[in-house]
Design a protein around this ligand. Structure first.
Ligand SMILES: [Zn+2]
Length: 161
């Protein structure tokens, strides 16, 4: 249940994408940019169509479509493309945006790039495979004040033992 404070924060929050199928104008990752690389054909084999659209084409899933919005257990969120551990569940918070949101990634887990496709946003991708994860905004909660607005389809959750 959202508190009044969370509700107010949600109203001011900028959505991950301007539409359900918003495309980020990020240049496609080039060979040699990331430690873990596959060909498009190999990615299509490895990923579902939805995962491919987000991770490899920088698409945006529909808000409130991911079951990970309601995942509140302790554990770790990893990249759905390459299994790199990205976020500790302890840094997840309810942003009210309909996308899984975190205030801090694990050290060295993600890369960021300016994205001018709809105003100026900061794109976030997996540091290991370059897969697009979402965007980061500066309207998050303490202690960082950051809101990593992630596509749930780009993540895999593993509950703590
Ligand atoms: Zn990855």
């Amino acid at each position: 249940m959202a508190t009044a404070a969370l509700g107010a924060a949600a109203v001011g929050a900028v959505a991950c994408g301007t539409s359900a199928y918003d495309q980020t104008a990020r240049a496609a990752p080039q060979a040699g940019d990331f430690p873990f690389e596959l060909t498009d054909a190999q990615w299509r084999e490895r990923l579902t169509a939805e995962q491919f659209n987000v991770l490899r084409n920088a698409g945006t899933e529909r808000p409130f479509s991911s079951s990970l919005n309601d995942e509140h257990r302790g554990g770790t969120f990893s990249c759905a493309g390459c299994d790199r551990k990205l976020f500790d569940a302890a840094t997840k918070f309810d942003s009210g945006t309909g996308w899984p949101s975190f205030y801090q990634p694990l050290a060295g887990a993600v890369g960021e790039e300016v994205d001018n496709s709809y105003g100026t946003r900061t794109e976030v991708h997996c540091a290991n495979c370059g897969g697009h994860l979402g965007h980061v905004f500066d309207d998050g909660p303490p202690p960082t004040g950051l809101r990593y607005c992630m596509n749930g389809v780009a993540l895999k959750f593993e509950a703590a033992q």
